[in-house]
Design a binder for this molecule. Structure first.
Ligand code: ADP
Ligand code: MG
Length: 255
């Protein structure tokens, strides 16, 4: 097939849960260097699609291509190694650690975690840890959390936690970051800060995919929007284009 600018594409993807078709013949793509939003009414299949892309469970049929490679059968950690990262909420255990420790841990490679780490020369381990620390500091600066580096993650506001999730994802040097409702539970001033950071990252060449209910944020950020309804891609275009499409209005109103 000819080369494209798509970093991710899903082709005719389907997933059923018992009798429910959560994702049904969905095809869409995310172009490199864009912020691409996936919107749609409740139950449209957005979270299931995100889980399929992340590799949480396999599709019943269809393919997922990442950077030109078929990743449909790869487990989540292999997708992450290739540069496909989705953010996750900071778990209860991680909340006890500091903001800095959270970011360092996100970047820790298998080499340091494996039982063979004991056989690595201590100098090598120290060097790797120092590099992780420097990188973590730089990323905390990047997302505006540096002054909170030594605070427990649990003490952060909702919006600051989203920025921390972003810094953790960036430790893995992603090509594509998938954000699931980044504005949920975030105060309006922090939504603006988050939006600015996301836009800056896009301008620096990162590709960002997001599921979001906050239509103001989607209008503000998204270069391209895919509208999901009943498990498949109803239409795609700019925010203005898709929201002036009568089929989209009908899907949201449930007509
Ligand atoms: P959205 O995120 O757009 O609200 P979801 O992907 O969560 O949509 O859900 C799509 C459909 O699949 C819904 O009808 C939902 O009830 C159903 N569904 C999602 N996950 C499961 C599951 N684990 N088991 C059974 N049904 C599910
Ligand atoms: Mg959902």
């Amino acid at each position: 097939s000819p080369p494209t600018d798509d970093v991710l594409s899903v082709e005719d993807l389907s997933k059923r849960f018992g009798g429910v078709s959560a994702v049904a013949g969905c095809s869409l793509s995310i172009q490199r260097g864009t912020i691409t939003a996936i919107i749609g009414p409740n139950g449209a299949g957005k979270s299931t699609l995100m889980n399929l892309i992340g590799g949480l469970f396999p599709p019943d049929s269809g393919r997922i291509l990442f950077a030109g490679r078929d990743i449909t059968a790869l487990p989540p950690h292999r997708r992450a190694e290739l540069g496909l990262i989705r953010t996750f909420q900071i778990s209860r255990e991680l909340a006890q650690l500091t903001v800095f420790e959270n970011v360092v841990l996100a970047g820790q490679t298998d080499a340091l975690e494996s039982p063979f780490a004991a056989f690595l020369r201590p100098r090598q381990v120290r060097r790797e840890e120092r590099q992780l620390g420097l990188r973590a500091r730089a990323l905390l600066e990047r997302v505006g959390l540096f002054r909170l580096a030594d605070e427990p993650a649990a003490s952060l506001s909702g919006g600051q936690k989203k920025l921390l999730e972003l810094a953790r994802a960036l430790m893995l040097d992603p090509q594509l970051i998938l954000l699931d409702e980044p504005a949920a539970g975030v105060s309006p001033p922090m939504v603006r800060e988050l939006a600015r950071t996301i836009r800056d990252l896009r301008d620096e060449g990162l590709t960002i995919g997001l599921i979001e209910h906050d239509m103001e944020l989607v209008a503000d950020l998204a270069d391209r929007v895919h509208v999901l309804a009943e498990g498949s891609n109803l239409t795609s275009g700019s925010f203005r284009e898709v929201t002036s499409d009568s089929r989209v209005v009908e899907a949201y109103l449930g007509i």
